[in-house]
Ligand binder design. Structure first.
Ligand code: LAC
Ligand code: ZN
Length: 462
């Protein structure tokens, strides 16, 4: 769809002409997120500054029936921010104020375009802690985290974005501005529209401001990087840690290919990187407690086949280990074309899932590299194309993905743990949810957005 000059002029009147982009080269960065293989140019990019401006844009878009795709940091991995039908791309980059760190209530009030790491650092100045830590935390924005209900490594102990969202200001698709929740620990006043909006992938409302719960900043932390020579030993150890009674902040797993790709990408060595697989455990809390806990977990790992236990005690060592972990997604993409999945299974099924993935690797003669949040049963499964011929790859991938998802669903899992459905997984949604559920979701979507103009084509087609 091309937008006529009347719409463009009206957008300029609302946000100021400098905040309306039309030139092809300035549209390109807004045509994709971090999902491999998905892009589409918007017709126009607008950069509003306030909820009132967004409200006016949505009223205009409704009247003219123009699709609007909201975009936060653009780090998503399911195509949620890709303007698939063109139209208006709405960027939150100018709405980046941390409005308040309320120490009395331990709550932060932030605009949608605040970078998550900036919030974490600002809260820390007041002795407070914002735990959700997606791997892209140095560039992802809070509105995207809310839209996708972002997880991250610390979700094992601290939960996901949903557990921290206590209030929000949103603009509904038809332009009404509403406030939900507040600086409240409890609230059952009517349906929780807020919980519906969290994780709705930008399809129900545009989040303009968020009230987030903060925790006391842990006094200390320590990271254990534990190499193993077999995936079974590593997975079994992870399961034993989960059951140990000690609750680490993270229990991550990284296969050798993932670590190696990250080493090459960063041009930095990771300890014991020749090992088949690593577990990365972070303990946080009072210094004397975590010192005891790491002794116990270190012993548990060694008893279960660990080659060694690398203890990262100072900040420099810890940053290095986490830099390597967080770079994996980018590193794998730079190494080969990949298919990237984000499955989640019950803890008891983790060993079986890995066994099945190894079987599929043999069956399809494709390398499958896993890493991710093993403590949550949330595994990032990456199939590498490497030298496979394009035509064959395109034939094989949908079959392989379907097989992975069937296994996951049979084992009581779901096809996305933290990246969402977006465009990338849309075709597979009926494998995980029955039609009655999908129909109910569609009716909810239409109740919010009768003209289906807000982020259309994501999750499902109406
Ligand atoms: C990670 C992203 C891909 O865990 O979710 O690295
Ligand atoms: Zn992840």
């Amino acid at each position: 769809m091309r937008l006529d000059s009347e719409i463009i002029n009206s957008l300029g009147d609302i946000v100021g002409k400098d905040n309306v982009l039309m030139a092809r080269e300035s549209l390109e960065p807004y045509s994709h997120d971090e999902t491999p293989g998905l892009s589409h140019l918007p017709d126009v990019v607008v950069k509003p500054k306030t909820a009132e401006e967004i409200s006016k844009i949505m009223k205009l878009a409704n009247e003219k029936e123009v699709p609007v795709t909201p975009r936060a940091g653009g780090t998503g991995l399911s195509g949620g921010a890709v303007p698939w039908l063109g139209g208006i791309l709405m960027s939150f980059e100018r709405m980046n104020r941390i409005k308040e760190i309320d120490t009395e209530n331990a709550m932060a009030v932030v605009e949608s375009g605040v970078i998550v790491q900036n919030l974490e650092e600002e809260a820390a100045k007041y002795g407070l802690f914002y735990p959700p830590d997606p791997a892209s935390l140095d560039s992802c924005m809070i509105a995207g985290n809310v839209a996708e209900c972002a997880g991250g490594a610390r979700a094992f102990k601290y939960g996901v974005t949903r557990n921290y969202v206590k209030g929000m200001e949103v603009v509904l698709p038809q332009g009404e501005i509403i406030r939900l929740g507040g600086k409240l620990i409890k609230n059952v006043t009517g349906y929780s529209l807020m919980d519906l909006i969290v994780g709705s992938e930008g399809t129900l409302a545009i989040v303009t401001e968020v009230i987030l719960k903060l925790l006391p900043l842990p006094e200390a932390k320590i990271d254990l990087l534990i190499p193993f020579n077999s995936i079974e030993q590593a997975v079994n150890t992870a399961v034993k840690i989960i059951k140990s009674g000690i609750v680490p902040a993270t229990i991550e797993l990284m296969e050798r290919e993932a670590i190696k790709a990250s080493e090459r990408y960063l041009e930095k060595k990771t300890p014991f990187s020749d090992a088949e697989v690593h577990i990365l455990v972070e303990l946080d809390g009072k210094k004397e407690n975590i010192e005891k806990e790491y002794e116990i977990l270190g012993e548990l790992a060694l008893e279960n086949g660990a080659i060694d236990v690398y203890v990262a005690e100072d900040k420099g060592e810890q940053d290095r280990v986490w830099e390597a972990r967080r770079a994996i997604s980018e590193a794998l993409k730079s190494k080969s074309e990949i298919d990237h999945e984000d499955v989640v299974v019950p803890i008891s099924e983790i060993p079986n899932l890995f066994r099945n993935l190894k079987e599929l690797e043999k069956k399809y003669l494709l390398k499958i590299v896993c890493y991710g949040h093993v403590g949550d049963g949330n595994i990032h499964v990456n199939v590498l194309k490497e030298t496979m011929e394009e035509k064959k790859w395109r034939e094989i991938i949908p079959k392989l993905v379907r097989e992975i998802f069937d296994i996951v669903v049979q084992r009581g899992g779901m096809i996305s743990g933290e990246h969402g459905i977006g465009l990338a997984k849309k075709a597979y949604l009926p494998l995980a949810l029955d039609s009655a559920q999908i129909e109910l979701m569609k009716r909810i979507k239409i109740a919010f957005d009768p003209k289906n103009i807000l982020n259309p084509g994501k999750i499902f087609d109406i």
